[in-house]
Design a protein around this ligand. Structure first.
Ligand SMILES: Nc1ncnc2c1ncn2[C@@H]1O[C@H](COP(=O)(O)OP(=O)(O)O)[C@@H](O)[C@H]1O
Ligand SMILES: [Mg+2]
Length: 319
């Protein structure tokens, strides 16, 4: 089964899991999707994924019902990383969201890490807000190999949001998120070290320890002096991003982890290119405003418009 077929299966399986009958009751049934016509039970059958003795079952998956869609999805998404000696196991789910689930994985010693975070996108992610046109403006369409898409078929599929188009889109988002994180890591920004990615998963350094994942800044109360230092650090990171022509686009205290007095900026699917996106300046201002608002809670004074101006004007001047 290739990645695309697997993706199709996940979609069907998730339809059945999320709410029986939702697939049938959907207002706009997917055109030309033959599998929709089959009864739900038949569609939900995942014989290809059934786990026999030869299939790797990580600790966390073993705690789930064998028919649970998350178990199948987890094993299918992470097995290659296990086979390639990147992760040894999956011990728990750190966070489950509408877009992605993040899991904690003991790392193979060869990675030089103890723990790895696996961010697995849910198949339905493409329908969510981050896929908004504001982020897409000015982006180039790229295929699985990272090369620009020139083919009429691919462009049409994306425009018409067919399943194949959605698959291309997902591959693009993940590849983009990974390469942005890699670029920032290499540029010295405070981001978790990216390790590997595949069609729906990103592996990166886990922030936290085996007992506790790092909290987001939104869940942390800071002393005033500490808050001032952390604020400066976050603004420095925004500057490093801009020096690399990148604007986070969804920066807030929810996407900054705090661990042992260090910050780690995460969650890059909606990053935009400051040179190409017509909304770049607006997104930069919004990121800075949200950061300033958070630090104002701890009495850190700041002028978000001035900070944005002081970053943007020299940046534009250098172009
Ligand atoms: N590298 C990491 N180490 C520890 N926890 C992480 C890591 N990356 C993400 N998380 C946890 O998963 C949550 C969701 O990750 P995020 O990348 O923000 O995805 P999204 O918000 O799109 O669901 C974070 O708020 C954090 O709790
Ligand atoms: Mg997030």
């Amino acid at each position: 089964m290739d990645k695309y077929e697997a993706y199709e299966k996940y979609l069907d399986f998730e339809d059945d899991f999320v709410g029986r009958g939702r697939a049938n009751g959907r207002k706009n049934p997917r055109p030309g999707n033959k599998t929709n016509k089959k009864p739900a039970t038949e569609r939900a059958e995942l014989t290809d994924f059934s786990d026999d003795a030869s299939v790797w079952v990580p600790k966390y998956a073993a705690s789930l019902d064998p028919k649970h869609h998350e178990r199948t999805w987890l094993i299918e998404s992470l097995a290659s990383f296990y086979q390639d000696n990147v992760i040894l196991d999956v011990t728990r789910r750190v966070k489950g969201g509408k877009e992605a689930n993040v899991y904690c994985c003991p790392a193979h010693p060869a990675t030089g890490l103890e723990l790895i975070a696996a961010k697995l996108y849910r198949p339905r992610t493409l329908r969510t807000l981050k896929n908004d046109a504001i982020y897409k403006s000015g982006r180039q369409l790229r295929g699985e190999d990272g090369k620009e898409l020139k083919g009429r078929r691919e462009k049409l599929a994306l425009a018409q949001k067919t399943r194949f188009g959605q698959h291309l889109d997902m591959v693009w988002w993940i590849q983009n998120e990974f390469s942005v994180q890699q670029k920032l890591y290499e540029a010295g920004a405070d981001v978790p070290r990216p390790i590997r990615h595949n069609g729906n998963t990103i592996l990166m350094e886990y922030v936290g320890d085996e007992w506790l994942p790092a909290p987001a800044l939104s869940d942390v109360a800071l002393e005033r002096d500490e808050a001032r230092d952390v604020f400066e650090r976050v603004i420095t990171n925004i500057r490093i991003m801009l020096d690399n022509h990148l604007i986070h686009g969804d920066l807030s205290a929810f996407n900054i982890l705090y661990w042992e007095e260090e910050v780690f900026i995460i969650d890059f699917p909606q990053v935009v290119d400051a040179r190409k996106n017509p909304h770049a300046q607006f997104l930069l201002q919004r990121d800075i405003k949200r950061v300033c608002d958070y630090f104002a809670r701890f009495k850190v004074p700041s002028d978000p418009s001035q900070i944005a101006y002081d970053l943007w004007i020299p940046y534009m001047g250098n172009e």
